[in-house]
Design a binder for this molecule. Structure first.
Ligand code: UFG
Length: 332
């Protein structure tokens, strides 16, 4: 077995795919997760160590036991709407506890970190597609928590010799093509799983939040990126960090560069599932930009990232295969 990587949040949707990608590339992923939103059943490629981001004693114990050479930090709260209603909870977990986590790495002499950031750091984009040099001005507390940690990483580089990469995800979609893991949030707020629930008859309809945007069909346009492609980028980022001789804090967009509207996503889900997906119209959801599409050229050029599942239909087909399986299985 190769190097050990500590994966904080490895029991979550993206984290479990990162663990699978790490294992496929010869690493041993050690999952550190408090299971507040993740699932023990998604931890399949290495040990699970239960613990909170802000528990310095527990972290020191886990680091001492496994001696990871690098860390992937995905643990965090992710619901944009909830962050507006309860910002204290978001700043406490995604910032305050994260500081304790970063300091535990520093104290243990671990200097290589891949951090889960988000396109939410850009707020309402001034132009499309959005490159990494686009100004960052988040439109909600969730986005601010991500930007604050990016800022800290920039300061930790020269001061403590930290080498980090922040990966700014656009809209994660799909599921493991082998059907081993997939998306399982409670409550679910994301478009594709909700549309698939409507296809399964587990909800009456999918609500379209706004059809009066300045977009071709009036609904919001997003850049959907397959979760396994996202996971691959973490492995590449770790390899890239190993080649860095100087402290660094870099950010890379991860998206596929194609925009699909909410209505197009629902229509595609209808074709993939071969079921009717009832829709209902509602007003705009607060904080939603009309169009959010990435320029991810830098991740391709610098990290050598390539996409295996850029096509929306494939992404939804993988999500659908997982969704049906999940609906039939007991939850943990
Ligand atoms: N949408 C609906 N109906 C729904 C759910 C979503 O119309 O029931 C729409 C939204 O308004 C949006 C699009 O579908 O236009 C996608 O919404 P999601 O909730 O699936 O995803 P978001 O774009 O809001 O958020 C995602 C990540 C966030 C991240 C953000 C960055 O989940 O963590 O992208 O842009 F911050």
């Amino acid at each position: 077995m190769g190097e050990t990587i500590l994966v904080a949040g490895g029991a979550g949707y993206i984290g479990s795919h990162v663990c699978k990608a790490l294992a496929r590339n010869g690493y041993l992923p050690v999952c550190y997760d408090d299971l507040s939103t993740g699932h023990a059943s998604a931890v399949k490629w290495g040990p699970l160590e239960k613990g909170r981001l802000g528990d310095a004693v527990r972290l020191a114990e886990v680091i001492d036991r496994h001696r990871p050479s690098a860390v992937v930090l995905l643990a965090g709260f992710i619901a944009v709407g909830e962050s507006v209603v309860d910002p204290a909870r978001y700043y406490l977990n995604n910032v305050a506890e994260t500081i304790t986590f970063l300091n535990a790495l520093k104290d243990a002499g671990i200097s290589h970190l891949v951090f889960s950031s988000s396109a939410a750091v850009y707020g309402a984009p001034r132009q499309t597609p959005v490159g990494e040099d686009h100004p960052t001005w988040p439109a909600n507390p969730y986005g601010w928590t991500k930007l604050m940690v990016e800022r800290m990483l920039a300061d930790y580089a020269p001061a403590y010799g930290m080498r980090s990469v922040a990966l700014r995800y656009f809209n994660a979609a799909g599921a493991d093509p082998d059907g081993e893991i997939g998306e399982d949030h409670d409550p679910e707020t994301h478009l594709i799983p909700l549309a698939l629930d409507a296809a399964l008859g587990r909800r009456e309809a999918i609500t379209i939040f706004g059809d009066d945007y300045d977009t071709p069909d009036g609904s919001c346009v997003r850049d959907y990126i397959h979760v396994s492609d996202l996971a691959d980028a973490h492995v590449l980022a770790l390899g890239w960090l190993r080649g860095q001789t100087q402290p660094t804090a870099e950010a890379f967009n991860l998206g596929n560069g194609n925009g699909y509207s909410v209505k197009e996503v629902i229509a595609t889900a209808g074709r993939v599932t071969k079921r009717e997906i009832p829709t209902r119209m509602a007003g705009r959801r607060s904080g939603d930009p009309a169009i959010l599409v990435s320029d991810a050229g830098r991740a391709k050029d610098v990290l050598g990232w390539t996409l295996r599942h850029a096509d929306l239909e494939t992404q939804i087909a993988h999500a659908w295969a997982w969704h049906g399986k999940k609906a039939a299985a007991p939850t943990d």
